[in-house]
Structures are given as C-alpha cells and as structure tokens.
Design a protein around this ligand. Structure first.
Ligand code: NA7
Length: 548
C-alpha cells in the first residue's frame, strides 16, 4: 500500500515512543492524538487497509448496527465534508470512510500494514517493550497500546468432520476479499448472531437453497434502514455537536435521551406506544431507549420480550417456524445477549428456498464431505458459512505472546479470568495500555465513542507520564483486584449473567465465565478513570527510573 511503512524503514527506525497495535477506530485515534502531541507513534496492523474489523468482515451484508452519525469520529474537520449513503452503512462504505480519514489525518505514513504482532516482552533493563512481528522485525517501544478490538480472534467450533468438507467454507471474519457469489448455490449458515443474520439476508436473495442452523434464537430488532442524501445530512449536521456531546454522556456511547420510566409503572397502552415508537425509530432504540428497568427487572424485561415476539409472529406465516424463531418461553432475558438488527430476516423464512434448523431439537452431529449431518440425515451444501462468532474481548490479546515482568504471559495471567485496573492496565505488564480492553465499556459501548472517550484518557495519561518524567508505570495487584470486584459487583446487579453470551465469555468452551465489559455505563466508568488520574493515577506505581 502506498504511503505505509516498509520493512526496511522500520528496521532503520525501530525505536518509538508508543507502538499501537491495530488500525481500527481505536488505533487510528491514538495515532492522530499522540502524533499531534509530539509523540513518535506508529501502528502495526494485520490487515491490508485501515478499518479494523471492516477489513476482515467483508461478507455479503456486513454492516454496522449503529446509526449515522454515531459510528464516526466527532472531529468536525472530518464530518463536515463526509456524507453517508445509508443510515446503517455497510462494510464497503466504512472502508471508504477510513480511506477518507487516512487522507485527512495523513495516517498511512506511520502504519505498517499486512503485519501481525506475534510477541511482545517487557525488558526491565531498558524499560521498553520489544514487539515482534511476523516479518521478523523487532520494534522497541517505551509504551505499547493494544487497540486490537473486541473481535480480533474468530471462533470456529470443533465440529466433527469439518476438515473433510469438500465445498467452500469460510468464517464471516475471514471472508475472501474478492467476495463470494451465492447465486444458485446451496448455502448453510451456522450461527444466528449479528453476522449470521446479515449474511442470511443476502444469501436468501440469491441462493438456490439456504439453511440457517440456529442454536439460540436471535432477538433481532428492526433496523429501519434508510438511504441518506446530502441535503438531509446538511440539515442533520446542525445537531452533530450536541449529538456527539450526548454520546459521551450516555450509558453505551449513543445519542439516545435518558429513559425515565419503569415499564411496570405505565399502562399497557402507554407501554405499547413506547415500544411501537422505539420499533419505528429502529436500530438499538428498542434495546436501550424504552424503559429504565428492561435490563434490571425480569417482569419489565418480559414485557419487551412479549412485544418483540408478537412482532416476529406477525411476520412469519408458518406458526411452527415462527415458534422456532421466537418461542413462547424466552431463550434468555431480552437484551442481555447482543441483539442484532435485521431488515427482512424473519420474512426470509416465508420463502420456499429458506429453512431453519433448530439445533437444540436436532443437534448437529457432524460435518460430512458433502454437507451437514442432522438426526442421521445429510443435508448437502456448496457453501458453509461459519457465523460462529469470536473469542471476544480477551482472545485478540491472549493470542499474542505478551510477556510481562514475572515471565508470565498475559494468557497465563488471565487463565482464571481477565483482571485489569480500570480496563486499561494490567499488573505485571508495565507501560502497556489497552483500548476496548476487558472490564472497560468495550462491547457495551459504541466503538468510535469508546475510541475517543477512553482514548483521550490514555493519551492524557501518556502525556502526564512524559511531563512527570515517569518512564515506568504499572497497575498494582490490589488495584486490579478491586476493579475486578467492582465490575463483578455491578454485573450481579444486572441480568447479563443470566445469558450464555460472549459478553460473559460463555460462547467459548472452557473460557472463564465473567462479565467482560464494564456494565456500569460510560459516565460511571469515566468518572472513575478521571478520579484515578486526578489522584495521581491511583492504582498505578509510577517510577522515574534510570534505565540500565
Ligand atoms: P455471535 O453473536 O457470537 O454469534 C455466534 C453464533 O454462532 C451464535 O448464534 C451461536 O449460538 C452460534 N454458535 C456458536 N457455536 C456454535 C455451535 N457449536 N453450534 C451451533 N451454533 C454455534 O457472533 P457474531 O459474529 O454474529 O457477532 C459478534 C458481534 O459482532 C456482535 O455481537 C456484534 O457486536 C458484532 P449460541 O447463541 O451461542 O447458541
């Protein structure tokens, strides 16, 4: 790629102040902010372009579940001249956005693409990290900031016979960059999370036969997609500053207003009207902008589930299929497993070429060379799509051989569960910071909001360390334990632990069950980060050591 660092350039200048891993929203924001403040900062990125998950997740239908203008940077220099074509943009348009940001912020000259970080080790002698990449280069950095996102490690279950499948098989996050045509093909999709729903909607339109293998029904919400023209966006832009301000003040980094009422204190008519209104607004409104106790109280939660279920049943003709997709007994409380947004997902199952297989009733026995065996019967496919998710939040970090001061790897340190101080730092791993890390808002927060809010805090910390001539900073074990207790305590007050979701690490066999995202919302999270900073970075040991 033109403009990016070549291997020989890095060889010559392999000392940096800050090495950033990953060029998604979090990484590029770090690069811009740190460079503006005079840091010598670089990014190493595994993909061939900017965009993080939007580089890897280029499967048909991949699009963001966040409405315009929430899923972009709040810098006016960027949004003033940028317009989207859809309210929920797809992966291709998101890539164009990143290319635009690259041009405006002149980023690529400090990014090495197509390069995986394989290992990182802290050296107490030099007080630097040695970061190894798969091109054989070692870069030394005073600080490393991991911006690897929550979905950097894909997950494929160990299906018996998978290697023997003779057709085409891809995980959604490793989709061929040149694309894949479903036209006239027999397509099987395993998984009904956000990715499964999106790819099913595309495959259903052109495949000769589409079979969706569902283990848990997805509580998918109406997207209410719209095309956007420039005039509309010019008008909308008058409100952008206020909307971006609101994004920093809300639980999940969106611009939704506060919800003030309980679902149980209003009449049935009022509750229904509120639900209908949120449904019509689309997107995550129905998830997070109806009543204040939907995620806290089982009875309130049931009202949302019942409304959702009636919407699905009104759209699916066959009552048996409708019951498979939206059963009378909720598979888990509404909203504590990530809902997906859909456009015509439920109508798909009215088509003759589309079927759903309930894997709870008829488990997947094995993959065969020709397809999938269920209940002793073989279903044949040309293409199998693994929409089976990610070893989320921690997996992208623990797959790298990150070694701290005790010779212990991060993977070993987190063997019984991830623990951090403020979701940004880890005991035994000095001079290492995480954006979207475990126990930070991460998967509970709109990505660009988190990249900026948490990102600003990290940039300020690095500035303060420089100003105070601190060259070694490390979270204490006590701080890590008390943050973990705090996060778990809040989690127990919510219903998140009631679902087997990636939020709880429960989608990966053997992964410790714990809440992986900070469940107290962005404002409470930031209050605590800011208090710690004001208190001289409480919970960190700061040293100005003469390096040996
Ligand atoms: P998700 O949301 O983790 O969905 C993965 C899907 O794969 C989900 O329906 C799983 O069923 C299913 N799955 C996982 N393992 C199996 C096995 N062994 N058998 C059958 N089905 C299985 O991943 P996505 O990629 O869709 O979305 C990830 C995030 O990206 C999403 O939350 C957004 O934030 C964007 P289960 O529900 O576990 O029963």
């Amino acid at each position: 790629m033109a403009g990016n660092l070549s291997k020989s350039q890095l060889d010559q200048s392999e000392q940096v102040d800050v090495l950033i891993i990953g060029a998604g929203f979090a990484g590029v924001y770090q690069l811009k902010q740190l460079r503006d403040r005079g840091f010598n900062a670089r990014i190493v990125e595994a993909g061939a372009t900017l965009g993080g998950i939007w580089y890897w997740n280029c499967y048909p239908g991949a699009r963001v579940d966040t409405h315009v203008p929430m899923y972009e940077f709040s810098d006016e220099e960027l949004w003033r001249d940028w317009n989207w074509t859809e309210r929920f943009p797809d992966w291709a348009e998101l890539r164009e956005y990143f290319a635009y940001v690259d041009k405006k912020w002149d980023l690529s000259k400090d990014i090495q693409f197509n390069t995986h970080v394989t290992a990182a080790e802290f050296d107490e002698e030099s007080l630097q990290w040695s970061v190894k990449t798969d091109d054989g280069v070692t870069t030394r950095a005073n600080s490393v900031v991991f911006c690897t996102g929550f979905a950097a490690k894909s997950y494929i279950p160990e299906f018996d016979g998978l290697d023997d499948f003779e057709g085409i098989c891809h995980h959604t996050a490793h989709w061929p960059q040149q694309g894949l045509d479903f036209t006239g093909k027999r397509v099987g999709i395993i998984g009904t999370g956000a990715s499964g729903v999106q790819v099913a909607q595309e495959a259903g339109a052109t495949a000769s036969q589409l079979t969706v293998f569902q283990r848990t029904p997805i509580l998918a919400l109406a997207m209410q997609q719209k095309t956007l023209d420039v005039a509309t966006q010019d008008e909308m832009k008058k409100e952008y500053p206020a909307r971006y301000k609101r994004r920093n003040e809300s639980y999940g980094g969106f611009d939704f207003p506060e919800t003030e009422k309980s679902a149980l204190e209003v009449s049935d008519e009022e509750r229904n009207a509120t639900f209908e209104d949120a449904w019509a607004r689309g997107g995550f409104s129905f998830w997070s902008n109806t009543f204040n106790d939907i995620l806290m109280d089982m009875d309130a939660n049931q009202t949302a589930y019942d409304f959702w279920r009636s919407k699905v049943h009104s759209r699916v003709i066959d009552p048996v299929i409708a019951e498979t997709l939206a059963p009378a007994v909720a598979p888990h409380p509404f909203g504590v497993k990530r809902p997906s947004l859909e456009q015509n997902y439920f109508e798909l199952f009215n088509q003759d070429n589309v079927a759903v297989v309930d894997l709870k009733a008829t488990p997947l026995e094995k993959i065969t060379p020709k397809g999938v065996q269920i209940d002793g019967k073989e279903l044949e496919f040309d293409i199998l799509v693994m929409a089976t998710g990610f070893d989320a939040v921690t997996g992208g970090l623990t797959q790298i051989d990150i070694k701290g001061t005790r010779g212990e790897t991060l993977k070993q340190h987190w063997e019984k569960g991830a623990k951090t101080h403020l979701g940004v730092a880890v005991n035994g791993f000095p001079n290492m910071l995480l954006v979207y890390g475990p126990q930070s808002p991460s998967g509970f927060c709109n990505g660009p909001s988190c990249a900026e809010i948490q990102g600003d805090w990290i940039v300020k910390m690095l500035e303060d360390m420089r100003e105070q001539k601190v060259n070694r900073y490390e979270a204490t074990a006590d701080a890590e334990n008390s943050w973990t207790d705090h996060v778990n305590m809040i989690s127990e007050m919510t219903m998140f632990p009631k679902a087997d979701s990636w939020y709880m690490g429960a989608n990966i066999p053997g992964k410790p069950r714990q809440i992986l995202n900070y469940p107290g919302g962005v404002p409470l999270y930031m209050e605590q980060c800011n208090n710690a900073a004001k208190d001289g970075y409480k919970g960190f040991v700061l040293d100005s050591v003469k390096s040996k």
